[in-house]
Write a protein that binds this ligand. Structure first.
Ligand SMILES: C[S@@+](CC[C@H](N)C(=O)[O-])C[C@H]1O[C@@H](n2cnc3c(N)ncnc32)[C@H](O)[C@@H]1O
Length: 363
């Protein structure tokens, strides 16, 4: 989702563009029903048809790459005193609760996600049509800082600030990149109009008041500056009727319990559903609001080579992350036992690995 801060020259807000997917020439085209693989209505009431597949092909799940992907990611060991749940470490913020562990395993998942998301966007770090290139950039909830570091490398004349509640960013970073420990839900301390680009990615389930967050991003931007936020839906989907039409399938039970847990926490996981982002971003005052939806395969089941690779990385990301998604929310918030959590995660793991049901979700 990208959008622009109204500049004094703008007379009236432009209407939002139709939902679009990137075309091969890097532009945008509306989703069309012509792609092989067919289209099915989703739980969001929209139809998607971006992932081609071949009925005949004997595909594997793509999970074989997990070990090699993990071994290539090295992150600095933290010396801070974190909260521990069953051997996983969690940030101990005094001002907010965050569901995810901040240990190497979860962080490896974040870095893998960065890789497939960048591939999904045709190797772009952002999609807003920022021209000239941004020079003062803020990445809110930066995680391992991988996006901020890549941006600093790609735009050496820019200054990039990444903020997070967890000090999990590397120490050796480009000279034009810095990190601050900051809870994005508190009042931002940057003077108004400090940045020409504010970027957010994957703060789903972390924010109590999204309207306030977007309003703070608006205020921090110079007139004419750009804002981009990319969020996950958490409902795995399948167009295979036996899964799609089964209300008790693990994909639906999984989403349901996570919605309930984060509702209890007061931090919705439904932010990427039902045009909520677009509505709140528009309410914050932004114009030129463009919403894009990507269908992301889990596993290497697509016949399209690019989506096959993306699916393989996405599955590796999910494999690294599933337990981390569940541990705090299901055990601490929903009161499940550790064994229950592990059984639930195992059931989910089996299904996301199953290429025959062609799992995917929407970004
Ligand atoms: C799912 S990760 C995404 C990280 C990064 N944006 C990326 O895409 O790789 C969410 C990050 O948001 C951070 N976070 C959660 N709540 C936050 C808050 N209130 N303020 C700042 N960061 C927060 C977490 O510590 C975590 O690093």
């Amino acid at each position: 989702m990208s959008s622009r801060r109204r500049s004094p020259k703008s007379k009236s807000p432009e209407s939002a563009s139709p939902i679009a997917a990137p075309s091969e020439d890097g532009g945008q085209r509306p989703l069309s029903p012509d792609t092989p693989g067919g289209q099915q209505p989703t739980s969001h009431g929209l139809t998607y048809n971006q992932i081609p597949y071949d009925e005949e092909e004997d595909v594997d799940s793509g999970g074989e790459d997990e070990e090699s992907l993990r071994s290539t990611t090295s992150l600095a060991e933290s010396i801070f005193d974190y909260r521990k749940i069953h051997g996983r470490t969690f940030q101990n913020s005094k001002t907010t609760e965050y569901w995810g562990p901040n240990d190497d395993r979860q962080n490896a998942g974040l870095d893998i996600a960065h890789h497939f998301i960048t591939m999904l966007k045709d190797d772009l770090l952002f999609e807003a049509p920022i021209d000239p290139p941004p020079t003062k950039i803020l990445d809110v909830g930066t995680g391992t800082g991988i996006w901020a570091i890549d941006m600093a490398d790609a735009y050496p004349a820019a200054h990039v600030i990444g903020t997070d509640i967890s000090p999990i960013q590397p120490l050796w970073v480009p000279p034009n990149c810095e990190f601050h420990i900051d809870d994005a839900q508190l009042e931002w301390t940057y003077p108004p109009a400090s940045f020409d680009f504010v970027h957010i990615r994957a703060l789903y389930g972390s924010i109590g008041d999204w309207g306030k967050l977007y309003a703070q991003a608006y205020k921090a931007l110079q007139p004419g500056g750009w804002f981009e936020d990319l969020e996950f839906t958490i409902t795995l989907q399948s167009d295979v009727p036996s899964v799609r039409d089964d209300p008790g399938h693990i994909f639906k039970r999984w989403a349901q319990i996570f919605f309930e847990a984060t509702d209890r926490l007061g931090k919705t996981l439904r932010i990427a559903m039902d045009s909520t982002m677009r509505d709140l971003i528009t309410e914050a005052g932004f114009i030129n609001v463009v919403e894009k939806k990507y269908q992301v395969p889990s596993g290497a089941w697509s016949s399209d080579p690019r989506l096959k690779t993306i699916g393989r990385y996405n599955l590796a990301f999910l494999e690294e992350s599933l337990e981390g998604f569940a541990l705090f929310l299901l055990q601490e918030i929903m009161g499940w036992s550790y064994i229950q959590v592990q059984m639930f995660v195992m059931e989910m793991r089996n299904e996301i690995r199953n290429p025959k049901i062609r799992p995917y979700y929407i970004l």
